[in-house]
Design a protein around this ligand. Structure first.
Ligand code: HAM
Length: 418
């Protein structure tokens, strides 16, 4: 679990403002769920025999003896909230959330015990146009963030009946080659055989390459839906790779599943993942409701952003240098007046006195473009001295009454065009 330090928070804020704007532009509304839920919710939704539920949940008893868990993901909570507040039945909901999730995993680069997900969940639309919308929304997000080299992997798991049929065939095939299975897969053969397809064990590669593929066992409706989705993606020019091995690590999925992956983050290359989960609302006690969503790992996105772009620092625009008691009092008032007319300007008013030299050092370190200096001389003449910290330019004097206009003009010149 990590602290996010002051030098890094501006990157989080920039990401958060992009998603807020993007979500509004697609008509999605934010939902905020609690960090803690009843343990049972995750066992029933994610699945008893998944890695998350078997090994990774932070579970504890509260003072009443209730079994609670720090949420390992947002989908289950979102469905729980939707049922509880009557948001789902006979309605369309386009929702998003952003916040911390908890999994007791082996920490490594890109895999943490407290991490953050930005997630999107849509309820009440069973047609594949919404599957396409979610994928286009992802593609737009990468574009807006300026991220390159992100690939889309796509698969369909079919209806639950089709999957059950396939499961039988797969288990039969794998049992015939029992001696080639590793310990983990032998266990999964009994509990969650589809997950064996996900195995990264090179010794099993050939066996899995030759295994029967789910696509051949799909029901007609799922196939038609999937064809419509791929046709929409083709029309929109979104590239994808069909990956019949993509099964996802949570039990609630059916039909479309997808992952956005990159080669630039080593083993933790999946930055975003999701799919349909039409059965989950009913399974958790609601009326049958079509559902689809995805979640992305914010740490992974930020790490990719950092490796693809020069790291930008959170700079200040103006540093106000104040020398002596009278200037400090006047300085506070000038600063308030500037903030009144330019709320977006980033300005530090020096506090705590100190020599001109030490204040100028701080001004320079803050990254400010200019220092405004107010000392006794300036105060008497009702003006400040403007010193350019990043340009070779002579300093100049600006009267108190012209100061707001001067800074507004300078600030608008320094803003990158939208
Ligand atoms: P998930 O595949 O478990 O799916 O997680 C989604 C994303 O969260 C991953 O692709 C990864 O980027 C990030 N992530 C997962 N675990 C960690 C970790 N320990 N450290 C850092 N990042 C991590 C879900 O959680 C589903 N709820 C997604 C979904 C939403 N499906 C439908 N709606």
């Amino acid at each position: 679990m990590h602290d996010i330090l002051p030098d890094a928070t501006h990157r989080w804020q920039a990401f958060e403002s992009v998603i807020r704007q993007l979500m509004a532009s697609y008509g999605y509304k934010e939902i905020r769920m609690p960090l803690v839920e009843s343990t049972d919710l995750f066992c029933r939704s994610i699945g008893e025999v998944t890695d998350i539920v078997e090994k990774e949940m932070y579970t504890f008893e509260d003072r009443n003896g209730d079994k609670l868990t720090l949420r390992p993901e947002g989908t289950a909570s979102c469905v729980r909230a939707g049922i509880q507040h009557g948001l789902l039945y006979n309605q369309v909901q386009r929702l998003w959330y952003n916040g911390p999730m908890f999994r007791h995993e082996r920490p490594q680069k890109g895999r943490y015990r407290q991490f953050h997900q930005f997630g999107v969940e849509v309820y009440g639309i069973s047609t594949p146009d919404i599957d396409a919308e979610l994928i286009l929304l992802g593609a737009r997000l990468w574009k807006q963030l300026g991220l390159a080299g992100i690939r889309l992997e796509l698969n369909t798991l079919g209806s639950s009946q089709a999957r059950e049929n396939y499961k039988k065939v797969l288990v039969e095939y794998l049992q015939q080659h029992d001696e080639l299975l590793d310990e983990d897969s032998k266990r999964r053969l009994r509990t969650n055989p589809l997950r064996i397809l996900d195995s990264k064990n090179p010794a099993m590669k050939q066996l899995l390459d030759d295994a029967p593929v789910l696509m051949d066992y799909l029901d007609e409706t799922s196939l038609q839906q999937f064809k419509k989705l791929t046709a929409s993606l083709d029309a929109a020019g979104v590239e994808y790779r069909l990956n019949p091995r993509l099964v996802r690590g949570l039990d609630y999925y059916c039909n479309t599943v997808f992952e956005w992956v990159t080669d630039e983050l080593g083993a933790q290359g999946t930055i975003c993942a999701g799919g349909r989960y039409d059965g989950l609302v009913e399974q958790l006690g609601g009326k049958a409701t079509a559902a689809i969503g995805f979640a992305l790992g914010v740490e992974r996105i930020l790490s990719l952003l950092e490796s693809q772009h020069d790291s930008q620092t959170d700079r200040i625009d103006v540093y106000l240098v104040l020398l002596g008691d009278a200037c400090e009092s006047k300085g506070l008032l000038l600063a308030e007046s500037i903030r009144e007319s330019l709320p977006a300007l980033k300005m530090i008013t020096h506090c705590g006195a100190g020599s001109m030299k030490s204040q100028m050092k701080k001004a320079d370190k803050s990254g400010a473009d200019i220092a405004l200096i107010l000392a006794q001389d300036e105060l008497e003449q009702e003006q400040v001295t403007v010193k350019y910290l990043r340009e070779e330019r002579p300093q100049q004097s600006v009267g108190f009454s012209e100061l707001n206009t001067f800074i507004t003009e300078m600030y608008s010149r320094n803003q990158p065009p939208e």
